[in-house]
Write a protein that binds this ligand. Structure first.
Ligand SMILES: Cc1ncc(COP(=O)(O)O)c(C=O)c1O
Length: 469
């Protein structure tokens, strides 16, 4: 139960006013956040009213409301209608995360295409790799370098630009979590693609960032839209996926990379964070803004899709300032990623057998995408899946589509958690990389689902809200 703590509102008003050194919405939110973190505003404390705070600070109530809204988005406060706003318990409950809305859940599932995971049978064999490694004694001291030196050499050779420093962490999301903790402060603006990967949006919400979606096309963020957002929001970071964008499959062309770099040139304080999660199963060659802006591009190379999600490894490279902050902080936690798993990764990246398995997987995924895209196009369904393992399908009505698919035991991911702001149409994400056969039959079902809820296709009890929120 939420516990109400009523403080003398005058004293809280003075406390908040005393903590605010910047009277913008962002500054007010940051001040309240600092008081919550310091325990001076304890869980359950009722905040003074928006009007009282506005009067005390000499700002408009709209400014305070905006500050309260960003605090609520970050899970720092809860607003309970007329009762007021209260300091919340710190963790955002799982059910409120976008991430939690992705899974199957509309009935018994026989075909789960909601997951975004690779096909297990297309991963290189870890058993073979472990046999090749043998009884390696890889850790003799807690103070050794966190990355196996020969793995670092291989990673540097593969990097799409010369990185100042490279380290290895426990997966792409771990990398992003650590980089965001280093770069982003409460109230900072961060630009992302719209649509974007829901856990990244949750992560940015969790640190109190104000997330701004930048419209994209088949080559990634649109340059003029990035330019306008840089000017309007003065973000600290831009987070993007250079290849096999999840959910759309889009990838940056060399030309688009140059165009985006040109827009960023006038904003030297902005750090680029690239999530190359698909790695070696991407058909497109490695690409990075680091080729133009090496001093401020942090690139994450994921191995979950190509070499196995349970390896829990990703490489992180970029400016020493950021990477050292991550590795130093990590010394106080896990210290390093298992050297045994690093040795497996090194073997998988260098053994001809494993390389051939990954290359074969890349081709199988490309075939599965192309086959399903052709089948859907033949049925007049709009979908994209240029690269990676996901297909992003436009549907008339997300809920109706998911229900229509659930009737066949098929689960897909809803589009809304991916939308930073409404996208103008409903979508679902289908993990097409898992579809081994029966493409034509499945395309019939997907096409019917895409049309479910369209005018003339059956009764609709009420208009369905489009997009996220
Ligand atoms: C865009 C994106 N980033 C990050 C991840 C997570 O990768 P990892 O398993 O390496 O943490 C995924 C996994 O689906 C992803 O799609």
């Amino acid at each position: 139960m939420f516990c109400y703590l009523i403080f003398r509102s005058g004293s809280l008003l003075g406390l908040i006013a005393g903590a605010v050194d910047d009277r913008s919405a962002r500054g007010i939110a940051a001040a309240v956040s600092r008081l919550v973190t310091a325990g001076e505003l304890p869980t359950g404390a009722r905040l003074p009213t928006v009007r009282d705070v506005a009067r005390e600070l000499g700002v408009s109530p709209t400014t305070v409301s905006e500050a309260w809204r960003s605090l609520a988005r970050a899970g720092a406060i809860q607003t309970r209608g007329r009762s007021g706003s209260f300091v919340a318990t710190p963790a955002v409950p799982r059910g409120r995360l976008r991430y939690a809305q992705l899974g199957a859940g509309l009935g018994p599932v026989t075909h789960d295409y909601s997951t975004g995971v690779p096909d297990y049978d297309l991963l290189p064999s870890i058993t073979d790799s472990l046999a090749r490694i043998g009884d390696a004694r890889l850790t003799t001291s807690y103070l050794e370098a966190p990355v196996l030196p020969p793995l670092e050499t291989v990673l540097r050779q593969r990097w799409p630009y010369p990185p100042e420093q490279v380290t290895v962490v426990d997966g792409a999301m771990d990398a992003l979590d650590r980089v965001v903790a280093t770069l982003v402060r409460f109230g900072d603006h961060v630009l992302v693609e719209n649509p974007a990967f829901p856990p990244v949006l949750d992560l940015l919400d969790a640190v109190g960032a104000t997330v701004v979606g930048v419209p994209m096309d088949e080559h990634g963020m649109r340059p003029e839209a990035l330019g306008a957002a840089l000017k309007a929001y003065e973000p600290v970071a831009v987070v993007l996926q250079p290849r096999a964008q999840n959910p759309t499959g889009a990838g940056l062309s060399a030309r688009r990379v140059a165009e985006l770099a040109a827009e960023l040139a006038a904003y030297p304080e902005v750090t680029l964070v690239e999530d190359d999660h698909a790695g070696d199963i991407a058909t497109a060659p490695p690409v990075s803004l680091g080729a133009h802006l090496p001093d401020r591009t942090v690139h994450v190379a994921g191995f979950s899709k190509s070499h196995g999600p349970d390896l829990r490894l990703a490489a992180l490279g970029g400016p020493a300032e950021v990477i050292t902050a991550v590795t130093d902080r990590r010394l106080l936690g896990p210290g390093w990623s298992s050297r045994l798993l690093q040795a497996v990764l090194l073997d998988l990246l260098t053994s001809p057998d494993a390389e051939a398995q990954v290359a074969a997987a890349r081709e199988v995924y490309a075939r599965r995408r192309a086959t399903m895209l052709a089948e859907l196009a033949a049925r007049d369904v709009t979908a994209t899946a240029a690269d990676g393992i996901n297909l992003w399908m436009t549907v008339e009505d997300q809920q109706m589509a998911m229900l229509a698919l659930a009737a066949h035991g098929i689960a897909v991911a809803p589009g809304t958690p991916f939308a930073v702001t409404p996208l103008g149409a409903d979508h679902v994400r289908v993990t097409v990389g898992l579809i081994r056969d029966g493409h034509a039959e499945l395309a019939d079902i997907l096409a019917a689902a895409a049309r479910a809820g369209a005018r003339g296709s059956g009764p609709r009890s009420r208009p369905h809200p489009r997009g996220w929120r």
